[in-house]
Design a protein around this ligand. Structure first.
Ligand code: SAM
Length: 227
């Protein structure tokens, strides 16, 4: 799973500085996560006019009123899944494809769903340019999950909903882990981690406070409202 090298000395240096000052200094210690954050060229996942800001400590616009998440939040949510390398992972909210690319450096395979077709196509093109072959991107309502590819060892939702969508919990394998921002629309939310400890039983942990764009769909928020 080697990626094509699309770096310049400057983009590599900026990214390594980002990982040291925003990721490691804030306590992200999982070596697989730190390695992935060092490897994946974040600047290729942001629009051309944003590339100078690609390593800033902030989310950035990627078009269609959506964002690529702050680097620290990407690392934090990835670490919260506790991946080891053999997993099948589902991501909901592909956006730029950056989070999927990070997951693809750690897990065996990644499935990712995006509701905005233009973003899904752009993400596919970027992942293709990097020669990443263990990610499948699908357009559609990810609040329904991806039944045919389930069960998943891990699920990450990168848009916020009022609650964890029931189809996602049911597509989580035994001992699988899901992370998702849950809370009010357009305000602060909290990352919730759900672990399946038996067929019928889940453990829930409340993690970091965050602010994410809404999950729009059957098991998320309605499309006909902004914010
Ligand atoms: N993970 C992305 C990345 O690395 O660039 C950032 C995700 S952005 C914060 C949230 C994304 O979720 C947006 O691209 C949005 O269109 C998408 N989204 C919202 N509701 C969705 C749904 N029901 N199914 C799939 N994608 C959805």
């Amino acid at each position: 799973m080697v990626m094509k090298d699309r770096d310049t000395p400057a983009t590599r240096a900026d990214r390594l500085a980002m990982v040291a000052s925003q990721i490691e200094s804030r306590g992200i210690r999982d070596p697989l996560v730190v390695k992935a954050m060092r490897e994946v060229p974040r600047h290729l996942f942001v629009p051309g006019d944003m590339q100078k800001r690609a390593h800033d400590d902030t989310p950035l616009p990627i078009g269609w009123e959506q964002t690529i998440s702050q680097p620290y939040i990407v690392a934090y949510m990835t670490q919260a899944l506790g991946l080891h390398g053999q997993e099948t992972v589902l991501e909901i909210g592909c956006g730029s494809g950056y989070q999927a690319a990070i997951l693809s450096r750690i897990a065996a395979r990644v499935y990712t769903v995006e509701r905005i077709p233009q973003l899904a196509r752009k993400a596919m093109a970027t992942l293709d340019e990097l020669g990443i072959t263990n990610i499948q991107v699908r357009e559609g309502d990810g609040s329904l999950g991806w039944e045919e590819k389930s069960p998943f060892d891990a699920i990450m939702v990168t848009a916020s909903g009022p609650r964890i969508p029931a189809p996602l919990s049911s597509q989580l394998g035994l001992h699988g882990t899901l992370v998702m921002p849950v809370g009010s629309r357009g305000q602060g939310q909290r990352i919730v981690r759900q672990t399946r400890i038996s067929r019928e039983t889940f453990r829930t942990d409340q993690l970091l406070g965050v602010a994410f764009v809404p999950l729009i769909g059957e098991y998320g928020w309605r499309a006909d409202r902004k914010g």
